[in-house]
Design a protein around this ligand. Structure first.
Ligand SMILES: [Zn+2]
Length: 496
């Protein structure tokens, strides 16, 4: 007798399979009667439980036993354990969904939830019919897909702002339904004010997916009600910045990054999924994004490490992310940081965004410019933008250097003359001609105050054109603002 849970390609259900596997495998080892068998010939490995064999392979999880009973008993045991994780009993005797399970199953009756796949069908015979499951592709007992099985299903009752191909006309079988109950225990999440941000990974192969979760679960201490990874960035509330926060936490908690990087590299073409849901009558998914290029982004975070002369370690990206928020009367506005993270993930230029943010939030109202004290880290921004241009935006060292020199020249000039307006004039350049006219004007008006290698200007004039002027403008602008703001604090960091 064999029961299989086939890889579906749907990230939610596949994660459920991995979650079920983790529980079955730990049940086996706790009895002290298990061993791991590796049959390399088939690329499969598994754990043996007396009378029942559980095997995870790239495309399925199989449970094999001589007697059907043994399989059902094992699945019942996992249900009991899951119930202990999800349910709390009130003194009145009533069962309550607890912690993360409340977000996903609030509208479900606990009494009928914890059933093995066969009992599920027996309990509500009218609901199920024999057809092909749209997920595993097997002919089994199926029903219409609902939000209890998959949070991204679009039901007629609720409006959703993202595209989903899942609707209630999609059929799901009793076995795929069974594994979805286990998904919440595998989520990386943050919760607050009745909202949840949850992150999931996908893979074209279940073993790689399992390995990734093993690597990640080693990194973080146990979950509490509010999340299960440390917050490197504060005030995160949108999906992209939350996922970036998670990647930064991985980066900080990883001591030997090689194993993790090997796994991430295997997942290069796989994606991560982030959902933001709010809890009302049920879970309403307000936001859903898919993030590509995990490996590339993770590598970039590592590239942003640098050390000051005194040996103090910094990460230029993390410090820049901490700077990208604005204080409001009710807390922090992080919408620009969200957009910044989007651009990093989807490979859109961030130079312009950073320049605009610096102009809007660091110059202050006084003529001389105020350093935004909280979280400002001018030198880290400088290191970040240089690494960013070199690694992700593909500008060469020469282009970076001339932008830096010209920017520093403009910033110094603004400081010496007390004319912050020079920086605003640079910002208002709307095309290549505007930008060239601005630089020309500066050179003519302040010739005696400028110390600049003429070659830099010649180099810029040769390199700049209609396709790249905007990046040059923003890069020059960032260096101009930073050099305008440069004060003792910044000089101190630089010379350490
Ligand atoms: Zn199925």
């Amino acid at each position: 007798m064999e029961i299989i849970f086939k890889r579906t390609g749907d990230f939610w259900i596949d994660l459920g399979i991995i979650s079920l596997w983790t529980r079955l495998a730990s049940q086996a080892s706790k009895r002290g009667s298990s061993y791991v068998t590796q049959v390399k010939r088939h690329g499969r490995y598994g754990k043996d439980i007396p009378v029942l064999k559980v095997i995870l392979s790239p495309d399925q999880l199989s449970l094999i036993a001589e007697k059907e009973n043994a399989i059902v008993e094992e699945l019942d045991k996992t249900c009991v354990k899951l119930c202990n994780d999800y349910i709390r009993k009130a003194s009145t005797g009533r069962n309550w969904w607890w912690g993360i399970s409340n977000f996903f199953f609030k509208n479900t009756k606990p009494e009928s939830f914890f059933k093995n796949p066969e009992d599920m069908v027996k309990e509500q015979k009218g609901k199920w019919s024999k057809e092909t499951c749209n997920f595993c592709g097997l002919e089994r007992m199926v029903k219409d897909l609902g939000t209890t099985e998959h949070p991204l299903v679009v039901t007629s009752k609720k409006f959703q702002s993202f595209y989903s191909e899942l609707s209630t006309s999609v059929k799901i079988c009793n076995y795929c339904t069974f594994v979805t109950k286990f998904v919440p225990t595998k989520l990386f999440f943050n919760t607050g004010r009745n909202a949840i941000l949850a992150m999931m990974f996908e893979s074209s192969d279940l073993i790689t997916l399992n390995n990734l979760y093993i690597e990640l679960s080693r990194l973080f201490a146990e979950a509490n009600e509010y999340g299960n990874f440390p917050n490197v960035l504060s005030w995160t509330q949108y999906p992209a910045e939350t996922f970036m926060n998670f990647l930064c936490a991985i980066k900080i908690e990883t001591t030997n990054s090689n194993i993790l990087k090997n796994t991430l590299e295997k997942l290069e073409n796989s994606k991560a999924h982030v959902i933001k849901g709010t809890l009302g009558q049920g879970l309403i998914i307000a936001n859903y994004i898919i993030i590509p290029n995990l490996f590339k982004t993770y590598n970039f975070i590592e590239h942003c490490d640098w050390k000051s002369k005194s040996g103090k370690k910094y990460n230029a990206l993390i410090n820049t992310l901490k700077f990208l928020m604005v204080k409001t009367s009710t807390g922090m506005d992080t919408i620009k940081r969200e957009e910044f993270c989007h651009r990093i993930f989807y490979s859109y230029d961030v130079t312009n965004l950073l320049f605009e943010f610096l102009i809007d939030n660091s110059l202050g109202k006084s003529q001389t410019g105020n350093l935004p004290s909280a979280g400002f880290s001018g030198f880290n921004i400088e290191v970040f933008i240089t690494k960013y241009e070199k690694i992700l935006a593909y500008m060469n060292q020469y282009q970076i250097d001339i932008s830096k020199e010209i920017g520093a020249m403009i910033g110094d000039l603004a400081k010496k003359t007390g004319k912050k307006s020079l920086l605003y004039s640079l910002r208002s350049a709307r095309n290549l001609n505007d930008l060239l006219a601005f630089i020309n004007e500066i050179l003519n008006s302040y010739l005696d105050m400028i110390i600049l290698d003429r070659n830099h200007i010649d180099g810029l004039l040769k390199a700049i054109d209609n396709s790249n002027w905007s990046t040059y403008k923003s890069l020059i602008g960032i260096h101009a603002v930073l050099s305008f703001l440069e004060n003792n604090e910044l000089v101190e960091v630089k010379s350490r």
